[in-house]
Design a protein around this ligand. Structure first.
Ligand code: AMP
Length: 213
């Protein structure tokens, strides 16, 4: 299974990619997670990326393309769920070229569709684990024990780029630079659109349903 999960920030790409990667036994490749890890470790890539990420801007194509290519070559034939890549048309072109060289064509590009006001609500209430970076929704937290990560026990924190100003910027960047990638894949007959409102399980069922078709 080789899938691109596409959608605006807050659409639930990370959550759904995690579920799909377990279900289909495919690698979950999130360029956002790889970049955050690089920032936390203070690597050369991390130092380059940090400012862009904190402002809610895209990291330059050549940096992200290199990261994605390395990961795809590591994963090889075992299948992948790409989460947050490609985010520009040049990235989509570079991905096509890399996958052609590896002889690993994409099966489908799943677009997770959520209205903008719902995205703003989700992003401003999102918390992630400081330890394992898995997402958790603040709305679901009612007791002290639920303010820690259910997967690893780490502390739940707000991402720097989920603060209101960065959120507005990320949504604008999505409209200007990332939304055109949908047409790129629509033209190639790979795009499937899924209503990504409702519960995590509802969305997962809809995604699995379209993929089985
Ligand atoms: P995400 O976790 O996917 O929302 O990504 C967090 C941030 O990492 C984004 O706002 C960008 O600054 C950066 N980033 C992640 N993936 C990409 C990409 N494909 N192209 C450019 N920047 C990216």
């Amino acid at each position: 299974m080789r899938i691109v999960l596409f959608g605006p920030p807050g659409a639930g790409k990370g959550t759904q990619a995690g579920l799909l990667s377990e279900k289909f036994n495919a690698a979950h490749i999130s360029t956002g997670d790889i970049l955050r890890e690089a920032v936390a470790k203070g690597t050369e890539v991390g130092l380059k990326a940090k400012g862009y990420m904190d402002r809610g801007e895209l990291v330059p194509d050549h940096v992200v393309i290199e990261i994605a290519k390395q990961k795809l070559a590591e994963v090889g034939k075992s299948g992948f769920i790409l989460d947050g890549f490609p985010r520009t048309v040049p990235q989509a072109e570079a991905l096509d070229k890399a996958l052609e060289e590896l002889n690993l064509p994409i099966d489908a590009v799943v677009s997770l569709d959520v209205p903008e006001e719902e995205l703003v609500r989700r992003l401003s209430s999102r918390r992630v684990c400081a330890g394992c970076s898995k997402p958790a929704m603040v709305g679901a937290i009612s007791t002290d024990t639920e303010s820690i990560c259910s997967a690893c026990g780490g502390e739940l924190v707000q991402r720097a780029d989920d603060k209101p100003e960065a959120v507005r910027n990320r949504l604008r960047v999505y409209q200007e630079q990332t939304a055109p990638v949908m047409n790129y894949y629509r033209d190639r007959g790979l795009l499937v659109q899924v209503d990504a409102t409702g519960t995590v399980e509802d969305v997962r069922d809809r995604v699995v349903d379209v993929l089985s078709k």
